[in-house]
Write a protein that binds this ligand. Structure first.
Ligand code: THU
Length: 141
């Protein structure tokens, strides 16, 4: 599988975008702001922040906001991703958000993680995704 070409300048730009997004977070309940940013396969940078709710369970993670921004700005595939907490430190996407990112990932998508840069397949091994639905549909009744 091809590995996307992501430079150190790209990672720096992503961390900057994620930190800017983090400052927009709506977090009156947890007081734990999160910002996420990604490069799409056409080169544009998209970002998102967490948006909490008085009904705690319907809180939107920063990755939800980022995914919506991807679709609303024209779609495409995610090539590289980073996420920061309120101190600007790298944050791992939660399990649900790894699934969200997987759906829109380019092959070999890279994520900045607490243990270095990893691929989407490393952070969500043996993932369930669109291919399983396609394979099932193609296998007939
Ligand atoms: N949060 C995210 O935005 N993304 C993650 O991947 C982990 C958790 C948010 C949800 C909630 O607003 C706050 O962090 C505390 O859980």
């Amino acid at each position: 599988m091809s590995t996307p070409d992501v430079t150190s300048a790209d990672w720096e730009a992503l961390r900057t975008a994620a930190t800017e997004a983090m400052h927009k977070a709506y977090v009156p309940y947890s007081k734990f702001p999160v910002g996420a940013a990604a490069i799409a396969d056409d080169g544009r940078i998209i970002s998102g922040c967490n948006v909490e709710n008085a009904s705690y369970g319907v809180t939107l993670c920063a990755e939800c906001s980022l995914t919506s921004a991807l679709i609303m700005s024209g779609g495409g595939r995610l090539v590289a991703f980073t996420c920061v907490d309120g101190h600007g430190n790298t944050l791992m996407p939660c399990g649900r958000c790894r699934q969200l990112l997987y759906e829109h990932s380019a092959p070999g998508m890279l994520l900045e993680t607490v243990s270095g840069v990893k691929t989407i397949d490393e952070v969500l091994p043996d993932a369930f995704g669109p291919r399983q639905l396609d394979d099932y549909a193609a296998s007939g009744t």
